[in-house]
Design a protein around this ligand. Structure first.
Ligand code: MN
Length: 257
């Protein structure tokens, strides 16, 4: 039986990156696309509970058919697995994101959150990002996805693990291979642009640049800088285990009444 692959993203169902992902994985299984109607970058793991969620069939070129969802990436995976698919998929893939999801960006990432939702639901999951905001070389990311998907379908992943994959925006021949990595500390250093609309009302627009904060050996940031495809295993259990042990003798006594 052919593998069932669910794909989503946070750049929206009309983004070039999800078309590239669709084309890369279509030969590997039965692909269903469930993705946000509009761009949802940086929504993190938000879900929609105070509004209805609408679903609309979408057809693009090259046989691409999917469902556009008026919600977040996490909504898309919940809805696909809970309602739209006849059975849970064998694999969830989110991407291909335009822009890196390395370092602290992982916390804000809608791309990663779609994959996180998959792993929460017990499905092997993959988030794929291309580390550029301009002149994307989708072909390189497509080449990276194929062996990863084959490997996961053959061997699976450790339980409740998702892989956060970041691909350097370099020609395929310059890529040195895959490298496992840990999440770095680099983050966007941000500025607010303060402007006024024609009516004189002030508004702010957030802008920023990824700053390398001394990320060193073994990080996702370093692997991408070294022209490796970075593979970082993530877990949705956010417990800081080392701190949990250190907190053992830390708790203050409960106040006497
Ligand atoms: Mn995005």
């Amino acid at each position: 039986m052919s593998a069932s692959i669910l794909i989503s993203n946070d750049d929206g169902i009309y983004a070039p990156g999800i078309m590239a992902l669709y084309q890369a994985v279509r030969p590997l299984g039965e692909v269903t696309v469930v993705a946000p109607e509009t761009e949802q970058s940086a929504v993190g793991h938000a879900i929609t509970i105070a509004d209805p969620i609408k679903v609309r069939p979408v057809t693009r070129s090259d046989g691409f058919q999917g469902y556009a969802v008026s919600g977040t990436p996490a909504d898309c995976i919940k809805l696909a697995v809970g309602e739209l698919l006849p059975r849970p998929p064998d694999l969830v893939i989110s991407g291909i994101n335009l822009g890196p999801n390395v370092g602290i960006s992982v916390i804000y990432s809608g791309t990663v959150s779609a994959a996180t939702e998959g792993s929460i639901l017990g499905i092997p999951s993959l988030a794929v990002s291309l580390a550029t905001f301009q002149d994307p070389l989708w072909e390189t990311a497509m080449q990276a996805v194929v062996p990863l998907v084959r490997q996961i379908l053959r061997q699976g992943l450790p339980e409740h693990t998702l892989l956060n994959v970041n691909v350097p925006n370099r020609p395929v021949r310059e890529i040195r291979g895959f490298r496992t990595s840990r999440m770095g500390r680099s983050r966007f250093v941000e500025v607010f642009h303060r402007r006024a609309n024609p009516r004189g009302d002030v508004y702010y627009w957030l802008d920023g640049e990824l700053q390398m904060l001394g990320d060193g050996v073994g990080t996702d940031v370093q692997a991408v800088a070294d022209n490796f495809v970075a593979i970082t295993p993530l877990h949705h259990d956010l417990t800081h285990t080392a701190a949990l042990n250190a907190l053992g003798g830390w708790c203050p006594p409960w106040p006497e009444s």
